[in-house]
Design a protein around this ligand. Structure first.
Ligand code: J2J
Length: 539
């Protein structure tokens, strides 16, 4: 690990987290080895490609790890891992961890611009990508990223590598099966992987997570979520998302000896069929998917009796929908207010129904420190809204290679400024009431307004641009671009076309485009987004 790349926890905190038993002496890859030894034939992973026992999963990981090391992929090298919910994701993730490489967990939905920015920031040496995602062929984008980023030496493709320069992941695994040899020693305190931050800036930020901190996040979450060896977790949301990874997600389930079922597409029809056939006990959704699940369940025909817990998080679940979950789906609801930066809040499985339906839970760990503060940084009393600050055994102390940004995102005492406005009840439960960060939360997917605004400003004739989230019955928030245009006013379709051409991910393209003569400003001359949101929300 290069000390200069990110800020680690100070020694006294690290020691305290070890003493408390939070941080242990095993890497994520060793945890899988332990399970393969102890659980052998139990089913670890189910996907359209078949069922893998813990032993089989571990063997495939070892083979691919040898194939990757032979490429070579070296310890400490960053690898862009961009795979959807298929078994290769799990195999490649653990294979990279086993050889001490550092995967960057990138969702397949990212656009060229995101991938180029991430590669430049991390100097990633290898891109592991699926041949396709849904109807989208990912090959051409991968080729463009490779051309734009000289650090990328190799392209590894899950599926058909076509005629490009990619090597088939399957071929690497096969080659690795014939190789022998050990793996490097990896410290549990080393950087394990990099997660994407929802972001508030023009360029993406990466979140460093260590083996010890991430393993603790997963293990402690599994405990709070009642996950054990009999649990069957359905991964509906993209597997590269922190929610699906550790809250408790696939890592929490695998380190508890349970079974992970990968849902190949997020449609409720596919998902509910899998709940029945695989006996799913727990799954996680963003609020925007919940009404679709309720509708699909109301159609009948599916036995959902195995389902014990529906976790909902990523954006605010409204209280009315929350109250429908138990009676209509016949399972418990668990609200999850988490962030890839660290802190996870959960309503507890034995909390009164009222708390479960109206709050976003409380911190996972007794060592999580949370403060709710006013604009001057002074703690506010219970019930008063303020910004949530936090530090703890699985919350970052600094972003990856972003010292400048860190000064804004962390207090001098190392608390992470979440940008979320919350109230805290007397009992200690948090309610998310708003946001101070300049971000749109579109159906749980985070869009940094500034990033999209920079692309909007590149459209000929656009003099000023603001992106705001406006309440939407289906998405929670939809992204509205407000433009000040000189002559020609581009249509939504034109804006869409231009942004996609610039490599912006489809989910970040504004849902709506409005025009204004000027943008309203605050007293200090910044665009008054609050006013824009209110005006747009009421028109
Ligand atoms: C309101 N806002 C929420 C909630 C997240 C578990 C669950 C979710 C994420 C996640 C995650 C919210 N109500 N229940 O990483 O491990 C908003 C907040 C937060 C931001 C983080 C996990 N749950 N949010 O959503 O990194 O604004 O993580 O700061 O994508 O989502 O986004 P992200």
């Amino acid at each position: 690990m290069d000390e200069k790349d990110w800020t680690d926890w100070p020694e006294e905190f690290a020691n305290a987290y070890r003493r408390a038993g939070h941080w242990r002496d095993r890497t994520l890859s060793e945890l899988l080895c332990d399970q393969a030894r102890d659980l052998g034939e139990r089913i670890a992973l189910v996907s359209p490609s078949g069922r893998l026992s813990y032993a089989e999963l571990d063997t495939r990981v070892t083979h691919l790890a040898r194939g990757l090391a032979d490429l070579p992929v070296r310890p400490g090298e960053r690898v862009l891992l961009q795979l959807p919910n298929r078994e290769e994701y799990v195999i490649a993730l653990f294979a990279l961890l086993r050889i001490g490489a550092v995967p960057i967990l990138a969702p397949p939905s990212l656009g060229r611009a995101d991938l180029v920015a991430l590669t430049r920031l991390s100097a990633a040496a290898v891109h592991v990508v699926a041949d396709r995602h849904g109807r989208r062929d990912l090959g051409p984008v991968a080729a463009e990223v490779a051309r734009a980023c000289p650090s990328l030496r190799r392209l590894v493709v899950a599926g058909d590598p076509g005629t490009g320069n990619g090597i088939a992941l399957g071929a690497l695994e096969e080659k690795g099966a014939a190789l022998t040899g050990g793996f490097p020693d990896v410290s549990p305190n080393a950087l394990a992987l990099l997660l994407l931050s929802g972001g508030t800036t023009g360029t993406p930020k990466l979140i460093p997570r260590t083996h010890a901190d991430y393993a603790y996040n997963a293990r402690a979450s599994a405990e709070v979520c009642g996950v054990g060896a009999d649990s069957v977790y359905l991964a509906v949301l993209p597997v590269s998302h922190n929610f699906t990874m550790v809250s408790p997600g696939l890592l929490g389930v695998l380190c508890s000896g349970g079974t992970v079922v990968l849902c190949p597409d997020p449609s409720p029809t596919t998902a509910l069929a899998l709940v029945e056939t695989e006996g799913v006990t727990i799954t996680s959704l963003v609020p925007a998917l919940v009404p679709h699940w309720l509708d699909e369940a109301a159609r009948g025909g599916r036995n959902l009796s195995s389902l014990e817990v529906l976790q909902v998080g990523g954006s605010r679940l409204d209280d009315t929908t929350a109250r429908r979950v138990r009676p209509e789906l016949g399972c418990g609801l668990q609200q999850v207010f988490g962030m890839a930066e660290g802190l996870n809040n959960y309503t507890r499985l034995d909390d009164p129904e009222d708390i479960v339906c109206t709050t976003q839970g409380r911190p996972l760990s007794p060592s999580d420190e949370v403060l709710v503060v006013d604009e001057e940084g002074r703690p506010v009393p219970p019930g008063q809204p303020g910004e949530l600050l936090t530090r703890g055994p699985y919350t970052l102390r600094g972003y990856y290679r972003a010292r400048e940004q860190d000064r804004l995102c962390f207090t001098a005492e190392g608390f992470y400024r979440t940008g979320d406005l919350v109230t805290r009840t007397e009992r200690g439960d948090l309610v998310v009431v708003g946001r101070v960060k300049d971000q749109v939360n579109r159906a749980g997917e985070k869009i940094a307004a500034v990033e999209v605004e920079e692309h909007l400003l590149a459209i000929p004739g656009v003099r000023a641009a603001a992106l705001v989230g406006v309440p939407d019955p289906f998405l929670g928030e939809r992204a509205v671009a407000v433009l000040v245009a000189g002559g020609h006013r581009p249509s939504v379709a034109e804006v869409r076309g231009l942004l996609l051409e610039r490599g912006v991910a489809a989910f970040k393209v504004p849902d709506e485009v409005r025009f204004a003569a000027v943008l309203p400003l605050t007293g200090i001359g910044k665009v008054d987004k609050r006013r824009l949101r209110t005006e747009l929300g009421s028109s």
